[in-house]
Design a protein around this ligand. Structure first.
Ligand code: ZN
Length: 125
C-alpha cells in the first residue's frame, strides 16, 4: 500500500532547489538535464499536467540581466578594457548562469503550478 500524500505540503522553494516532485518532495522531477519525468517514482503524481512554459526563461533573463548589465557597465567605466575582454567575459557568464538557474527555476515554476492550480479540490483532473 502506498502512503497517502494528498494532505502533504512541500515548500515550492524546497521542491525547486531539490528539483523534486511538488507533492511528495522526494521523487526526482527530471529525467536527464531538463526533461520532466512522466510520473513521480515515489508518489505516482502525473507530471504531464504540470507545465512551466516560458516562466523560467523570463526569471533567468531578469535575474541575469540585473547582475550582468551593471557589472559590465562597472567594468567598462572603471577599467576601460578593449571590447574583446567584454566578449570573453560576459557571454560565457550568461550561458553558465542560464544553465545553472534553469533546472531549479523550472522545478520551482512546476511546483507553483501544482500548488496553486492542480492541488486545489476543483482542479481539472
Ligand atoms: Zn512525488
Amino acid at each position: 500500500m502506498k502512503p497517502d500524500y494528498s494532505g502533504r505540503t512541500v515548500s515550492t522553494g524546497a521542491a525547486g532547489i531539490r528539483c523534486a516532485c511538488p507533492r511528495c518532495g522526494e521523487g526526482p522531477l527530471y529525467q536527464g538535464l531538463l526533461t520532466i519525468r512522466e510520473r513521480c517514482t515515489v508518489c505516482d503524481l502525473d507530471f504531464s499536467k504540470l507545465a512551466a512554459d516560458d516562466g523560467p526563461a523570463f526569471f533567468i533573463i531578469v535575474v541575469l540581466s540585473a547582475f550582468v548589465l551593471p557589472s559590465a557597465a562597472a567594468v567598462e567605466m572603471i577599467f576601460r578594457p578593449p571590447i574583446w575582454v567584454h566578449m570573453l567575459l560576459w557571454p560565457p557568464l550568461l550561458v553558465a548562469g542560464a544553465i545553472a538557474l534553469m533546472r531549479p527555476l523550472k522545478a520551482w515554476m512546476i511546483a507553483q503550478h501544482y500548488r496553486h492550480v492542480l492541488s486545489t479540490p476543483d482542479a481539472p483532473r
